[in-house]
Design a protein around this ligand. Structure first.
Ligand SMILES: *Cc1c(COP(=O)(O)O)cnc(C)c1O
Length: 513
C-alpha cells in the first residue's frame, strides 16, 4: 500500500550519538540540553525569536491561548474566538477544551484560508481572539487580519501547524500575530515524533508560557501561575535535531514530487491558490474534484491499486457536533466535501502513483476528442438529443456531422474511464477571412451538472480560437433556452442578431476573443 504520508526517519547513527549523550547525562526532560539546542537551532533556521518547544501542537495552541488571556471569561460569559472551519480538528477542539467558544467564519474559495471579509460581522463583546490557519502552509491575508485585530483589540494566534519554513514577503510567516504555533508531529514536514512550538511576538509572553508548560512553577518554592505539563523531552529533541540536519534534503525530495504532480496534473485538477508573496513548502498536495461523488469514486479506484489518498480536511468543522451547533458554511462545506490530499513524503517514488492518478483523474480533464472513435461521439449526441428540440439527429446526419467536425473543426470535451463522452463542444476556428470562430455544438451530460464544465468548455474553445487567429466567437441558440443564454452571457457573449425561423426565435451571440 502506498500511504498518503510516511514519517521521515533520519540517520540512525546520528540519532544514536545523541542517545548516547542522553544516557551519559541522564537528563531526560525539563528543558534539557538537547531541547535548548533545538530551540536555538530552530530560531536560527526559521529566522524567528521567542520560540518555545512543547510536547505537541495542540498543547502549543492551548498554551498560547492561556498565555495571551484568550480564555478569560467576559462579563460572566465564555470567551469566543473567530476561527476557520477548514482545518484539522485540533484548531477548534483546543479552543473548546479551554472553555473558549469557537466561532466559525467561512473561507476563501480559492486560498481555502479564513476569509478576512467575514471576520468583522462575527465579532461580539465576548470575542477575544482570531485563530486563523495557514492551511496546507498557504499564508493567510496577514495584513488584513492584523488591521481587524488592531481595530477591535483582539489577539491573533496563527495555527501554523503546516507552515514550517514558509516565508511571506521574504520573512518567516511565523512572525505574524501575537503568536504562531507549529506542530512537530511525525507526519508533519519537520518533526520530533511528537512535539510542538510556539513563536511569540513578545519576550514577556514567552517567559510566561515557560512557566505554564511547567506546572506554573517559577522557582523551586514559588508557583505563581496555574500551569500544566507540556514540556518536550530529550529524546524528542534528539529526533528533531537529526531531522533538522536533513531538512534541506527532505524539502528537495518533496519539491521534486510536488513539481511532478503539478506539471503532469496541472490541466486536470483544481489546486489551492497560493499567496502571491510566498512559495509552497511542499508539505501537502491537495486537489479539489468536481463533486463529492467523484472523491468517493476516486478513493475507491485508487484503493483498488493500493494507493491511499486522504480527505483532508473533512468534515468541515462547523458540522462537528461535539464542538457545538453551527450554521453550515457553504464554501468550507463545498471545498471540504471535494478535497483530497495525494501521497507526498520524501521517499515516495512518484512513478508508482502517477499512472493511476492520470488514469483516474484524466476523466475530469477537458481534452481533444478527435482521437475518440466517431461512434463514441455520435452516441453522446444521440444521448443528449432527448434534451434538444428539434434534436440534432432530426437536423443532420450525425455520422457525417461528426466527421466534418473532426476534419474541419475542433472537438473538445470530457470522457470517463470507459471512454464514454460526458461533455462536448464542437467549433470551427478556421475562417481566416472573417476571423470568426463558430460554436456548432455544446452539451454536458446532466449527471455532470453543477461543475461548470460548460463554462470551462466555452472558455477553452475561445482560447483555442484565439490561438488560431480568430477575433470573434459566435454561437446561436433558441430564445427560450434561458439556461444557455445565461451561460453565454456569463462567458462574455452578447446578443448580436435575432432570426425568426419558422416561429422559433434564434438568437445569435458573439464574443470578442
Ligand atoms: C497537526 C495539526 C495540529 C495538531 O498538532 P499535534 O502536534 O498533532 O498536536 C493542529 N492544527 C493543525 C492544522 C494540524 O494539522
Amino acid at each position: 500500500m502506498i500511504p498518503v504520508t510516511k514519517p521521515y526517519l533520519p540517520s540512525r547513527e546520528k540519532l544514536e550519538d545523541y542517545v548516547d549523550g542522553i544516557y551519559e547525562r541522564k537528563w531526560l526532560t525539563n528543558n534539557g540540553p538537547l531541547v535548548q539546542e533545538l530551540t536555538k537551532r530552530l530560531e536560527k533556521y526559521l529566522g524567528v525569536e521567542n520560540l518555545l518547544l512543547v510536547s505537541n501542537g495542540t498543547l502549543a495552541l492551548q498554551i498560547a491561548y492561556r498565555t495571551l488571556g484568550v480564555n478569560k471569561v467576559v462579563n460572566g460569559k465564555s470567551a469566543e474566538a473567530i476561527t476557520t472551519p477548514f482545518s484539522f480538528i485540533a484548531t477548534a477542539s483546543s479552543l473548546k477544551w479551554e472553555g473558549i467558544n469557537p466561532v466559525f467564519v467561512d473561507i476563501d474559495p480559492e486560498t481555502w484560508c479564513l476569509d478576512p471579509n467575514n471576520i468583522e460581522s462575527a465579532i461580539t463583546p465576548q470575542t477575544r481572539a482570531i485563530i486563523p490557519v495557514h492551511v496546507f502552509g498557504n499564508p493567510c491575508d496577514v495584513e488584513f487580519i492584523q488591521d481587524i485585530a488592531d481595530k477591535h483589540d483582539l489577539k491573533i494566534i496563527y495555527d501554523a501547524a503546516h507552515a514550517f519554513d514558509v516565508k511571506y514577503k521574504e520573512q518567516s510567516i511565523l512572525k505574524y500575530g501575537d503568536a504562531s504555533i507549529l506542530s512537530l508531529h511525525a507526519t508533519k514536514l519537520f518533526h520530533s515524533i511528537e512535539g510542538g512550538a510556539i513563536i511569540f511576538k513578545r519576550r514577556e509572553d514567552l517567559e510566561k508560557a515557560k512557566k505554564l508548560i511547567n506546572f506554573g512553577i517559577s522557582s523551586p518554592d514559588c508557583i505563581d501561575e496555574l500551569g500544566i505539563n507540556a514540556k518536550m523531552g530529550e529524546f524528542n529533541a534528539a529526533m528533531g535535531l537529526c531531522v533538522l540536519d536533513e531538512i534541506q534534503n527532505v524539502k528537495e525530495k518533496r519539491r521534486n514530487i510536488w513539481d511532478t504532480y503539478n506539471h503532469t496534473l496541472d490541466k486536470i485538477i483544481v489546486k489551492q491558490k497560493w499567496s502571491d508573496h510566498s512559495i509552497n513548502n511542499y508539505a501537502y498536495f491537495p486537489i479539489v474534484l468536481p463533486s463529492e461523488k467523484d472523491v468517493l469514486n476516486l478513493m475507491q479506484d485508487l484503493a483498488s491499486e493500493n494507493i491511499q489518498v486522504r480527505r483532508y480536511f473533512h468534515p468541515s468543522l462547523e458540522s462537528v457536533k461535539v464542538l457545538g451547533d453551527y450554521a453550515e458554511l457553504p464554501v468550507s462545506q463545498s471545498i471540504s466535501s471535494k478535497v483530497l490530499c495525494l501521497p507526498l513524503y520524501p521517499d515516495l517514488n512518484v512513478k508508482d502513483v502517477l499512472p493511476s492518478l492520470q488514469k483516474y483523474l484524466g476523466q475530469f480533464a477537458i481534452v481533444d476528442l478527435k482521437d475518440l472513435p466517431d461512434e463514441k461521439i455520435v452516441e453522446f449526441i444521440q444521448d443528449m438529443d432527448k434534451y434538444f428540440s428539434p434534436s440534432m439527429s432530426e437536423r443532420v446526419n450525425l455520422i457525417e456531422y461528426v466527421r466534418k467536425l473532426k476534419e474541419k473543426g475542433i472537438i473538445l470535451g470530457t470522457y470517463n474511464k470507459k471512454y464514454k463522452v460526458t461533455s462536448l463542444i464542437g467549433f470551427y476556428a478556421n475562417n481566416s477571412d472573417s476571423q470568426i470562430s463558430f460554436i456548432s455544438y455544446l452539451a454536458v451530460d446532466p449527471l455532470y451538472k453543477g461543475r461548470q464544465i460548460a463554462t470551462k468548455l466555452i472558455l477553452e474553445a475561445m482560447r483555442r480560437s484565439a490561438e488560431n487567429g480568430m477575433k470573434k466567437c459566435v454561437v446561436s441558440t433558441w430564445a427560450e433556452n434561458k439556461e444557455a443564454l445565461n451561460l453565454y452571457n456569463k462567458s462574455g457573449f452578447y446578443e448580436s442578431d435575432l432570426n425568426n425561423n419558422n416561429g422559433r426565435l434564434t438568437i445569435y451571440l458573439e464574443a470578442k476573443i
